[in-house]
Ligand binder design. Structure first.
Ligand code: ZN
Length: 464
């Protein structure tokens, strides 16, 4: 089966045909690095990581770029408040972002261009847009004139005339039309800025992505992804810039546009501005990253996902069941083939149908639980491999059941070494027929949330 992707541009689930199958290109709008990311920001990273893994299994080379917006008014403001440079501030949050995303088992992109490293490419693109009559300079700003682009509105399905003439809002004095948007704006001495033909200034946000795509991936790319809130104006503006700067503005900038739905809380979109958010970092204090990842995959990516403690508890319970079926199984399962692995692949190929793919994992866990010996091992390996397509079940089962929040380490509760030592002592007590001491140790561990399970292979312990 070919890969099918819902394309916001055509509003259809389209068969995916790359421009060049030997080099597939994909771009995801990355974070503005001035704070810790919240779980809503993590959704596209995880969802399109599943897409990246799919493409990598099906094509020999995939070039995946995800930008870092490291100059922006919010960054400038935060840096000024902290009395530090934007470079120091953004580097700190880039590191935090990388650490958080690694906890969610997301693969690093092949390219991670930073806005501040690509100012030249932006200036060049802006100059081209001016030369071609699509942009104009006004009071130190450079603006894109949307009325010069007949295709403007094609992604968001907005009508250009309505956008220009229909506006009743007051238009900033430096704009010809209300819909015109900033490509470059002047910086005062206290703000970060770069020399340009229009004076010292800084780029608008939209030009970043167009210029970096053009420079690092090409004139037309295969897939561009992001949250649905980016469709307008960000992606619409990316298209305008990315097509109008080339000779023939009719060429596609991107062939497949993919957008994920919102994460909501009590039905309302999770947003920093509203204040109804959880950072990934605070959630990782309470749950393993894989629980967050699993929770993000339980809804189809185009649907909204309502987030609550219950979402996480259910994800945790599901993973406990799946890992329970993997007890004693090896980590490596690359050599295995199975119809249910193929079923998972088919679901992912069908516009990333992750809820259905997860249900196949549960079926495989059921198969493993019902069988023994070689047969069981086959199901366990199949489960491991199928789960790897979703970036799940990467630990061995014992590691999983012994997970504890970083915040509870050592200071309170027992460390793994202390637990192992007590189990050793209990074993000796039993050999010495000192059952009182043996029971005492079991109870002591139970009080600490550690459960023991004796079997012919020895004593296994888990945290509850
Ligand atoms: Zn972007």
């Amino acid at each position: 089966m070919t890969i099918k992707l819902y394309n916001t541009l055509t509003q259809h689930k389209d068969d995916f045909t790359p421009i060049d199958p030997s080099q597939v290109t994909m771009y995801v709008c990355g974070p503005t690095v001035y704070n810790y990311v919240h779980i809503g920001n993590a959704r596209p990273v995880v969802i399109f990581d599943v897409l990246y893994r799919l493409l990598k299994r099906n094509y020999p080379n995939v070039k995946y770029a995800r930008n870092l917006t490291d100059v922006d008014d919010k960054i400038n403001k935060a840096a000024a408040e902290n009395n530090e440079s934007i470079k120091v501030l953004s580097s700190r949050f880039v590191d935090a972002f990388h650490a958080d995303m690694a906890q969610l088992n997301t693969l690093a992109p092949d390219l991670e261009p930073r806005a501040t490293d690509n100012i030249d490419a932006m200036i060049e693109m802006i100059q081209t847009l001016i030369n071609k009559g699509h942009a104009y300079e006004s009071a130190g700003n450079v603006l894109f004139q949307v009325s010069t682009d007949a295709n403007y509105g094609k992604l968001s399905k907005r009508n250009l005339d309505e956008m220009i003439a229909g506006k009743r809002v007051e238009v900033e004095s430096y704009k010809k039309d209300a819909g015109d948007f900033i490509l470059w704006k002047p910086s005062t001495d206290d703000l970060p800025g770069w020399d340009s033909p229009w004076g010292r200034g800084r780029p608008g946000w939209h030009i970043e992505c167009s210029a970096m795509i053009n420079k690092h991936l090409g004139k037309t790319i295969d897939i561009h992804c992001g949250g649905q809130d980016l469709i307008f104006p960000h992606h619409e503006n990316e298209i305008a810039q990315g097509t109008c700067c080339h000779d023939n503005g009719s060429e596609n900038f991107v062939n497949y546009w993919m957008h994920n739905g919102y994460i909501t809380m009590n039905g309302e979109k999770m947003a920093k501005s509203v204040g109804n958010f959880f950072t990934v970092r605070e959630l990782l204090d309470k749950f393993p990253g894989e629980v967050l990842r699993f929770a993000l995959l339980t809804a189809h990516y185009r649907s909204p996902l309502d987030w609550s403690e219950e979402t996480l508890l259910q994800a945790k319970a599901s993973l406990d069941r799946l890992y329970g079926a993997l007890r004693g199984a090896p980590i490596d399962a690359n050599d295995i083939e199975h119809a249910k692995i193929d079923a998972v692949e088919q679901f992912i190929k069908d516009d990333l149908a992750t809820p259905q793919a997860l249900s196949v994992l549960h079926a495989l866990a059921g198969d493993a639980n019902k069988t023994e010996g070689e047969e069981k091992l086959l199901f366990q390996k199949a489960l491991r491999r199928a789960a790897s397509y979703l970036g799940l079940l990467t630990l061995n089962a014992d590691e999983w059941f012994r997970w504890q929040p970083a915040s509870s380490n050592a200071s309170d509760g027992l460390g793994a070494e202390q637990i192992e030592a007590l189990i050793e002592e209990r074993l000796q007590a039993r050999k010495d027929k000192d059952f009182a001491r043996s029971d005492e140790i079991r109870d002591e561990l139970k009080e600490q949330g550690v459960t023991l399970e004796d079997s012919k292979d020895g004593t296994r312990w888990t945290r509850s």
